[in-house]
Design a protein around this ligand. Structure first.
Ligand SMILES: *[C@@H]1O[C@H](CO)[C@@H](O)[C@H](O)[C@H]1NC(C)=O
Ligand SMILES: *[C@@H]1O[C@H](CO)[C@@H](O)[C@H](O)[C@H]1NC(C)=O
Ligand SMILES: *[C@@H]1O[C@H](CO)[C@@H](O)[C@H](O)[C@H]1NC(C)=O
Ligand SMILES: *[C@@H]1O[C@H](CO)[C@@H](O)[C@H](O)[C@H]1NC(C)=O
Ligand SMILES: *[C@@H]1O[C@H](CO)[C@@H](O)[C@H](O)[C@H]1NC(C)=O
Ligand SMILES: [Cu+2]
Length: 333
């Protein structure tokens, strides 16, 4: 055998091995981390906020902004479409990788099981809002010029603005006093991180509603139930978590400005992974739904390429279907 062809074979073998997932990262529920692990994650996020932007978009100043601005720019292509879950899964993975590679963090992305808090009737007292070992609490009780889910809160059925508390800047925890450069909504304006807890959305994130979501079949009804509005009126897991926290998290464009976004979406991703694992032969590679919000859009397929505008490579949906497939390598515990 000639040397060049041997090299080709060796590199194919090496590539196949590197794509093999032998030690998946263990993504844990927030409250199962010890205080040191919680701090390490929050410190890594603060680190990302202090690193300089790679300059993908005007207006992004930090590496943290790079993530938020990517989501903001792509919002109309990645929500209310068949690739909604796939895109967010991939986005979270880049976030997790970046915290590790650029901020020296050694952990796995934590998820937030809000059902534990809702079912106990103690949303406000969730350890995830702890000022010292969490993300800080509700916004101050004051009006702040922030934009709602579609830059217009009143357009959401079931939304009771009167039930809202807070609304102003978050005043404790690691992100108090942090100045966001991207958002609110589609804007790029310096502002504080806001939250506005709203119990009128909590029905979307109960343990029962997670069960009801998992019971959907096929993928088409599952993804519609999970994403919720505007496919269906009222609140589901996706919208319930976003608008239950409210403020920046309540805006479909700029929500990654609140680091809770990643813990919330990891929970949604875990629900999808659980749904897939019920019968992976049948469900692992099920994907459907329109590939854009345009009228008569074609159906999304496994070959549909997820846009990442430089934050990461653009990859086909197929690559992110299996969380232990090799391109991705993690699991939920
Ligand atoms: C989330 O919490 C609910 C309510 O306690 C529980 O039934 C469910 O098993 C939990 N799920 C995960 C993935 O932790
Ligand atoms: C907000 O929604 C209401 C009710 O759907 C609508 O009348 C109003 O024009 C919207 N405002 C903006 C700024 O989009
Ligand atoms: C935020 O700023 C205020 C006023 O400067 C200060 O009192 C407070 O300690 C700061 N909070 C944090 C968490 O840095
Ligand atoms: C899983 O799905 C495959 C393919 O559709 C099917 O043949 C099989 O019976 C399913 N297994 C179970 C346990 O439902
Ligand atoms: C969508 O498809 C329908 C039925 O084929 C057609 O009548 C309509 O003109 C199409 N709309 C657009 C915007 O392409
Ligand atoms: Cu999103």
């Amino acid at each position: 055998m000639k040397l060049p062809s041997l090299l080709v074979i060796l590199s194919i073998v090496a590539l196949a091995c590197s794509r093999h997932c032998t030690q998946p990262r263990q993504r844990q529920e927030w409250r199962t981390l010890n205080d040191g692990q919680k701090r390490a994650y929050l410190d890594a996020v603060v680190c990302l906020q202090s690193l300089k932007s790679n300059g993908y978009y005007d207006g992004a100043k930090s590496r943290f902004d790079d993530f938020q601005v990517t989501h903001q720019a792509l919002t109309d292509e990645i929500h209310h479409v068949g690739q909604f879950l796939a895109w967010h899964r991939y986005f979270l993975n880049i976030w997790e990788d970046t915290l590790r590679s650029e901020c020296g963090w050694h952990g796995s992305l934590p998820y937030w099981n809000w059902s534990i808090d809702i079912d106990a009737g103690k949303f406000d007292q969730s350890p995830i809002f702890d000022p010292h070992t969490g993300f800080g609490g509700n916004g101050a009780d004051e009006a702040y010029p922030t934009a709602g889910f579609f830059n217009n809160l009143t357009s959401l059925p079931g939304w009771e603005l009167s039930a809202q508390t807070g609304g102003g800047c978050v005043t404790d925890g690691p992100f108090a006093n942090y100045t966001l450069n991207i958002g609110p909504g589609t804007l790029k304006r310096k502002h504080c991180l806001t939250r506005a807890f709203n119990p009128s959305t909590f029905g979307g994130i109960t343990g029962q509603n997670v069960k009801d979501t998992l019971a959907q079949y096929p993928f088409e009804t599952f993804r519609i139930k999970l994403e919720g509005f505007p496919h269906i009126a009222g609140f589901e897991t996706h919208t319930g978590g976003h608008l239950g926290v409210g403020g920046e998290m309540g805006n479909v464009y700029s929500s990654p400005g609140d680091a809770l976004f990643y813990a919330h979406h990891a929970m949604l991703d875990s629900i999808w992974a659980k749904w897939q694992s019920v019968n992976s032969t049948d469900r692992m590679y099920q994907i459907s739904g329109p590939s854009s919000v345009n009228v008569n859009a074609s159906q999304v397929t496994l070959d549909f390429v997820l846009p990442m505008t430089g934050l990461g490579d653009n990859v086909p949906v197929r690559n992110v279907m299996d969380i232990k497939g090799g391109f991705l390598c993690y699991t939920y515990v």
